[in-house]
Design a protein around this ligand. Structure first.
Ligand code: GLC
Length: 507
């Protein structure tokens, strides 16, 4: 059960969607039958072949809601997709997976929506005959299922079913008050009798923490890389720019000491591919055509698209010697180090652009408005930065193939998929050696990795690592080619991951 499912059109926002699409297929290869549960979001029920499988009676917010379970055919017929439909799953209109409530009432809209997901999923699973062997929950959106299973007598049938919880990103935990708010535990589940200590947030004693609840109550807990599973046992340390347990380190240590915590690296798919590089003109034309459609989709980013059109016109006519690429959501997690200051006061991104002799950086991503504005400002002053504020698979695929060096300086990274996609297309990466980036990119072997014991040291090392990689590319072409080949030969295999899920978590 998860908030996202990339197997269904419109079902993906981030990497969770990819995992929820790919893991069930790999499990099917190993003989497991899976059903993926998500909200319907007002869109999946309209997909071709969708059919009503049944109607659930779900106790929620003091009422009995009729939630429709809709079965939707997916790309692999061995995997079942069930979307749970109710108007409360679309509080801000159809197609919206996450809603942003801002800092005053964090998670308020989403927490209610996902509390209903947990309740509806509990009713769905309790009605299955025979009962499934395993229920696998992803991230805080699915986490309150564990509280219902543990404390709600109506769902006693769920207790013997092995329940597994995967942490994709500890930065989002779903913290809400116990009571006194329209989005609180008491309003979703009035009369619910439970042990408050098992649901409590370690920092805010009047709040529940969905993430912490599942870490405490699931039979097994996993994260999406072995290194991240170790990092989260330590507290965050802002002085070192180190992100660890995000306040849940004590719970995670207890979970680990009890032998319940595992780190399993996500996989990547490896379709047969064309090793030829797309031409420069084709790349720019594809980007240009796509840009034309963006302003209509994201009118509020019109000025950034206008800027991108001007940058595009100013791009060199021939392919530059060095094409750097970076693709990712613009969040602090992914982009803060680009904007970190160096000793001379300039940002890492500015320095990279200034050092980049006869080179271009194409940076794709949108998200945090302040980050978008800061990068836009730098793009205005640097002709060799093409900043594409949005997202489109039409040209990101081309960019993975076309680039010489992929940049991924995440401050923390539970697993990360973009580095795997770049490597698959023979594009070596420069990454911050944390979490899944450390587990996939080996410095000097199949790519380049930097560290540092403060944000500014990390920014300095990031800039220096790019310079060293480009110096290798021009000065030691054989060594460079060997790194490229090893990046392309690396395999992060879903089937291997699925075997570990089965061995470590399911059985
Ligand atoms: C989250 C993490 C990312 C991971 C993905 C899938 O988005 O931030 O590192 O790759 O989940 O597990």
């Amino acid at each position: 059960m998860a908030a996202e499912n990339a197997a269904l059109p419109g079902g993906k926002v981030g990497g969770v969607g990819d995992v929820v699409r790919d893991l069930p297929v790999a499990l099917a290869d190993l003989g497991w039958r899976t059903t993926v549960l998500t909200p319907e979001y007002g869109i999946f029920g309209r997909l071709a072949g969708a059919s009503l499988a049944g109607t659930l009676e779900v106790a929620f917010a003091g009422k009995t809601l009729a939630v429709r379970a809709i079965e939707i055919p997916g790309p692999d017929e061995r995997v079942h997709h069930v979307a749970l439909e109710h108007p409360l799953f679309t509080p801000q209109g159809a197609g919206r997976i996450y809603c942003d409530d801002g800092p005053a009432r964090p998670f308020a809209t989403d927490a209610g929506k996902f509390a209903l997901l947990s309740a509806a999923a509990a009713a769905y699973v309790a009605g299955l005959d025979p009962a499934p062997d395993v229920v696998h929950l992803h991230d805080w959106h699915a986490a309150l299922y564990c509280a219902l299973r543990e404390f709600d007598a109506r769902y006693a049938r769920l207790q013997p079913i092995r329940t597994v919880y995967t942490i994709h990103n500890l930065a989002m935990q779903g913290v809400r008050p116990y009571a006194g708010d329209s989005s609180s535990l008491a309003s979703w589940f009035p009369g619910f009798v439970f042990d408050p200590d098992r649901l409590r947030d370690p920092r805010y004693p009047d709040c529940i923490n969905a993430m912490a609840t599942a870490i405490r109550l699931a039979d097994r807990v996993s994260t999406v890389s072995p290194t991240y599973a170790r990092e989260i046992l330590e507290p965050n340390d802002p002085a070192r720019n180190f992100r660890g347990g995000e306040g849940l380190e004590a719970d995670l240590r207890r979970c680990n000491a009890a032998g319940r915590l595992f780190g399993i690296l996500n996989g990547c798919s490896y379709p047969r591919r064309d090793r030829r590089r797309p031409g420069w003109r084709r790349l720019l034309d594809t980007i240009g055509a796509e840009l034309e459609t963006w302003t209509e989709r994201w009118p509020e980013r019109r000025h950034l698209h206008e800027l991108a059109r001007r940058s595009l016109e100013a791009m060199p006519k021939k392919r530059p010697d060095n094409l750097l690429t970076s693709i990712g959501r613009l969040t602090d997690q992914k982009a803060a180090l680009f904007l970190e200051r160096l000793p001379d006061g300039s940002t890492a991104l500015e320095r990279i652009l200034e050092d980049l002799d006869r080179g271009v950086l194409i940076l794709v991503g949108s998200g945090d408005r302040d980050l978008e504005a800061s990068i836009g400002e730098i793009a205005r002053r640097h002709r060799n930065l093409l900043f594409l504020c949005g997202y489109s698979e039409t040209f990101t695929d081309l960019l993975y193939k076309a680039g010489d060096l992929f940049l991924m300086p995440s401050s923390f990274e539970p697993c990360g998929i973009s580095q795997m996609l770049a490597m698959r297309e023979l594009q070596p990466c420069v990454v911050h050696a944390v979490g899944g980036l450390k587990d996939t990119v080996r410095d000097g072997v199949n790519g380049f990795a930097f560290g540092g014991d403060s944000a500014s040291a990390q920014a300095r090392n990031f800039v220096a690592k790019i310079a060293a990689a480009l110096a290798m590319k021009s000065g030691a072409p054989d060594a460079w080619l060997a790194i490229r080949e090893r990046a392309g030969a690396a395999r992060f295999d879903w089937r291997e991951a699925a075997a570990r899920y089965i061995g470590d978590l399911y059985e």
